[in-house]
Design a protein around this ligand. Structure first.
Ligand code: CIR
Length: 257
C-alpha cells in the first residue's frame, strides 16, 4: 500500500517564506482548489491519502515534505531551516508516530525534506540555505544503520536540492544542472529541463507516473518523448509560495495492499 500525507492550505499562506521569488498575492481559494486537485491526482495514482488539517498560524504548512524524511519503515523528523516552519513538525510527528518508527534530529542541525532526494538506497542531500552540515551529519548517523548512504550536494540559485533535481524513473534524474554540483551523483542518467523552463526540475514520481506542473509544458513534452507518463497538475498558486509538486506530500509504502 502506498500512503501520502498532505496538509491543507493555510489561510495565512500570504505570509509564507520566500527566498528566490518576489512576493505576489496568493489567492487562497484558488490555492485550495489546486491542492484538492493535487490530492485527487495522488488518489488516481493509487495513494491512500491522509490529511492533516490546515493550520491558520503556519503559513507554509502545506509543504509537508520539509518536515520529515521517510526511510523504509522509519521517518526522520527534521528541524527545518526556517525558524517560522519549526512549529510544523509536532503535528507531523504525532501523525507519523502511529504508523512509522520516528527518529529525531536536534538543533543546531537544520534540514528541510526538500533537500533530500532518495535514489535507491542513496540519499542525496542538498547543502542549501536551509540544510547545514550538522543536519547532513545527523541524517547520515540516523540512516546509515538502516542501510542508506548519504551524499552531500552543493546547491546554488534555488531553494532546495529538489528544486534542481528529482527522479522521474528509476535512476533517471530530471534536472537543471546549473543549480547543482553534478559530480556528486554516481551512476544516474540525466534529463535536462527545457532551457526556457529553468524551474521545471521538480516532478513527483508515483509508481510509473510523474505528477508535473502544467506551467512547464516544454519539459513535460521532453519527458513524454522519453517515455514518461506525465500527470499534469496546475500548482501555479502554490508556486507563488515557492512550492512545487514534491513538497506538498510525504509518500511512503507499507507491506500489503
Ligand atoms: C519555504 O520557503 O519554506 C516555503 N515557502 C516553500 C517550501 C517548498 N518546499 C519544498 O519545495 N520542499
Amino acid at each position: 500500500m502506498r500512503h501520502a500525507l498532505v496538509r491543507g492550505v493555510s489561510p495565512a499562506m500570504n505570509r509564507c517564506e520566500l527566498t528566490h521569488r518576489v512576493r505576489e498575492a496568493i489567492d487562497i481559494k484558488r490555492a485550495e482548489g489546486q491542492h484538492r486537485a493535487y490530492v485527487a491526482a495522488l488518489v488516481d495514482l493509487g495513494c491512500r491519502v491522509h490529511e492533516i488539517p490546515a493550520d491558520p498560524n503556519l503559513p507554509d504548512s502545506v509543504f509537508v515534505e520539509d518536515t520529515a524524511v521517510v526511510v523504509g519503515d522509519a521517518a526522520v523528523i527534521t528541524w527545518p531551516g526556517a525558524a517560522s516552519r519549526r512549529p510544523e513538525i509536532e503535528s507531523v510527528r504525532a501523525f507519523l508516530s502511529d504508523r512509522l518508527e520516528v527518529l529525531r534530529m536536534e538543533p543546531p542541525a537544520t534540514l528541510d525534506g526538500g533537500d533530500v532526494l532518495r535514489v535507491g538506497r542513496m540519499l542525496y542531500v542538498g547543502a542549501s540555505g536551509r540544510t547545514n552540515a550538522e543536519g547532513i551529519a545527523q541524517l547520515r548517523a540516523l540512516v546509515t544503520p538502516r542501510g542508506y548512504g548519504v551524499v552531500p550536494v552543493v546547491v546554488t540559485g534555488c531553494l532546495h536540492l529538489k528544486s534542481a533535481v528529482t527522479e522521474v524513473a528509476d535512476g533517471v534524474l530530471l534536472a537543471n544542472r546549473n543549480y547543482l554540483d553534478v559530480d556528486a551523483f554516481v551512476g544516474v542518467e540525466w534529463i535536462d529541463v527545457d532551457p526556457r523552463e529553468p524551474d521545471a526540475a521538480n516532478g513527483l514520481q508515483v509508481g510509473d507516473e510523474v505528477l508535473f506542473p502544467t506551467a512547464y509544458p516544454r519539459t513535460a513534452e521532453r519527458l513524454r518523448r522519453l517515455g514518461t507518463r506525465v500527470h499534469a497538475v496546475d500548482v501555479s498558486e502554490l508556486a507563488k509560495a515557492e512550492g512545487a509538486v514534491t513538497c506538498c506530500s510525504l509518500i511512503w509504502d507499507t507491506a500489503g495492499s
